[in-house]
Design a protein around this ligand. Structure first.
Ligand code: FE2
Length: 284
């Protein structure tokens, strides 16, 4: 076993072991997500559920009042935000608000990359919702948003596992960033799948976490094709660790299956630049 293999095994074992290093999805946000699947749910029910977590509620309100909605008067309360934006948009904000709090690292190794990871997660969520709208699958926008948001969430588990091992002095603090990021890339699919199971999310999200880097794509799975496509677009745009401008997402089978050509994907890149520049979570 090489040194890299044994390091990978140590991190993998840690990531599979329960503990405080395993991210917890805000339980109120998870409950709101379940409520959102009920077409008959009232805005009042969503409001009362969200208000059980004042920090999450405040974050949702802050996002709702971001410049994306600058044409509207600021919402002073969650109730106002719900009536102006609608339940789906507020649920989307709640999912993003619940996730952003997980993307923090005190370790110098990941201080920069974790911010980049969050930016990519948000871009993937916004972009995935945009893609399904544009490819006439608009009814899947909320699922696509969440699938895009979560598809790389396993990277958090790898990062936190490495941090834990460093703090326990089982890994040297001088671990090169390139080695750490290689571990993140090779282990994140398995850990993402496990994390969505721990969170009791529908299996479709776990399958996307697990399989989004497989060599072949089941293009009949719209969500999978969408996530793979937005992943390519984000890499081309230089999100993540390395810019890969040579990537041609429009030439892939996912773009063909979703009937999006290079003009549409150029439009998507402009949309993402606009929305991320404004630092907002906006509907496609
Ligand atoms: Fe990935």
């Amino acid at each position: 076993m090489t040194r890299t293999d044994s390091l990978r095994e140590l991190i993998a074992q840690t990531g599979r072991t329960p503990g405080t290093h395993i991210p917890v999805f805000n339980p109120v946000a998870l409950e709101v997500l379940k409520l959102a699947h009920d077409e008959k749910v009232s805005l009042a029910r969503i409001e009362s559920t969200l208000l059980r977590d004042p920090v999450l509620s405040a974050q949702v309100l802050r996002m709702a009042n971001s410049s994306r909605y600058g044409g509207l008067a600021a919402a002073a309360t969650l109730k106002q935000a719900l009536s102006r934006l609608g339940a789906q948009q507020v649920v989307r904000l709640a999912m993003a608000a619940a996730q952003v709090s997980l993307y923090q690292s005190r370790h110098p190794l990941f201080r920069a990359s974790i911010g980049e990871l969050w930016k990519t997660a948000l871009a993937s969520a916004i972009g995935a919702a945009w893609i399904v709208h544009r490819s006439n699958h608009g009814e899947m926008a909320e699922q696509a948003f969440l699938a895009g948001l979560l598809h790389d969430v396993g990277k958090l588990v790898v990062m936190r596992s490495i941090e834990k091992l460093v703090s326990e002095q089982k890994i040297e603090a001088s671990l090169p960033e390139a080695v750490a990021l290689e571990m993140v890339n090779t282990l994140h699919c398995e850990f993402g799948f496990e994390l969505t199971r721990r969170w009791n999310l529908p299996e479709a999200y776990g399958v996307i976490c697990r399989d989004h880097h497989l060599e072949t794509c089941d293009t009949g799975n719209v969500l999978m094709a969408t996530v793979r496509l937005i992943d390519e677009v984000c890499r081309r745009m230089g999100m993540g660790c390395v810019a890969e401008p040579e990537r041609m997402p429009a030439a892939g089978e996912e773009a063909a299956a979703l009937m999006l050509n290079d003009v549409a994907l150029a439009d998507l890149e402009v949309t993402l630049e606009d929305k991320l520049g404004l630092n907002v979570v906006a509907a496609a």
